[in-house]
Design a protein around this ligand. Sequence first.
Ligand SMILES: Nc1ncnc2c1ncn2[C@@H]1O[C@H](COP(=O)(O)OP(=O)(O)O)[C@@H](O)[C@H]1O
Ligand SMILES: [Mg+2]
Length: 293
Amino acid sequence: MIQLAKSENVETVDSDSVETVDKADHPVASGPGTPSPRVLAIANQKGGVGKTTTTVNLATAMAATHKKALIIDLDPQGNASTGLGIERSARHLTTYDLLLGEATLEDAIQPTIVPGLSVVPSSVDLSGAELELIDLEEREFRLAAAVRRAQLHFDYVLIDCPPALGLLTLNALCAADAVLVPLQCEYYALEGLSHLVRTIDRVKRAFNPSLEIQGVVLTMYDRRNNLSDMVAADVREHFGDKVYRTVIPRNVRVSEAPSHGKPVLVYDWRCAGSQAYIHLAREMLRRERKAVA
Ligand SMILES: Nc1ncnc2c1ncn2[C@@H]1O[C@H](COP(=O)(O)OP(=O)(O)O)[C@@H](O)[C@H]1O
Ligand SMILES: [Mg+2]
C-alpha cells in the first residue's frame, strides 16, 4: 500500500450553447455591497496532475450552471490562458502586471468563449515575478490585495497555481478562502502531498488563518489499472470526506481540448471527462451550500 507517513500532520481533513461573447457580458465593476466571491486556489506542487485542466473545466461547468467564474492564471506557462483560447498577442494586461501593481484586477480581466467565464491571463514575464517580488512590500499579499480591492461580480474566483510552492503559490494561498488539491491517480501521487498539507498549515498560521482544504479531487483515474484504485483508497483513508466522490477519468478528449483553445466541456460536452467535471461542479456547489448553511 502507498501510505502517507501517519506521524505527519495530515488534516483529515448544458454547455453546448456556447457562443462568442463580448466584454459587456462580463461586467466586473459594481457599486458597494457586492458580495465577495469565494476564492479557491487550485494547488499541488507536482506538475501534470490536472490543476489547469480542473481549473478550466470546473470553472466552465460552474459558468454553465449560471455561477459566474473568474480564472486567475498564476502559472508563467499560461496553459489555462491558452486552453481558454486567449492568444499570446491578446494578453495585454496579465497576472504579472497585477502582482507588480501595474494593473487593477478589473482592468486585467478578459472575457472567454464561455459566457459567464472570464480570465486574467498570464505571460512568461510571470516567471521573473518571484524574484521581482522579493523586494516589494507585502510580497505574499500582492494577489490578495488586488482581489480585495476589486469589486467583482463573480461567484467564484479560481486561481490556477504553478507546479511549485514558491512565492506565486504563496500569493494564491494568501488570497484564497480554500484550496482544492487535484491528485493524479498514480504511484507517486501521495509523495509530496504531506509537504503541501504542511505548507497550507504554515500559511494558515502565519498569513491566512481562515484558509482550509476545500477538497481533494482524484484525476486521470484509469479503471483498468488497479493502482488507480489503491491510490484512491489510500487518499480517502487519509482525507476522508475531503475527497470528492466524483473522480475524473483519464479521457483522451480532455487532453485534446486545450490544443483547440477550448475547455473540454465546449470541445465535446458528452465525453466522459466533460461529464465528470459537470458532476464535480455539482458536488462542489452542494458541498459549498452545506458549508454555508
Ligand atoms: N482527465 C484527463 N484525461 C486525459 N488527460 C488529461 C486529463 N487531465 C489532464 N490531462 C492532461 O494531462 C496533462 C497535465 O494536465 P494539467 O492540467 O496541465 O496539469 P497541471 O496543471 O497540474 O500541470 C495535460 O496534457 C492535460 O491535457
Ligand atoms: Mg498547469
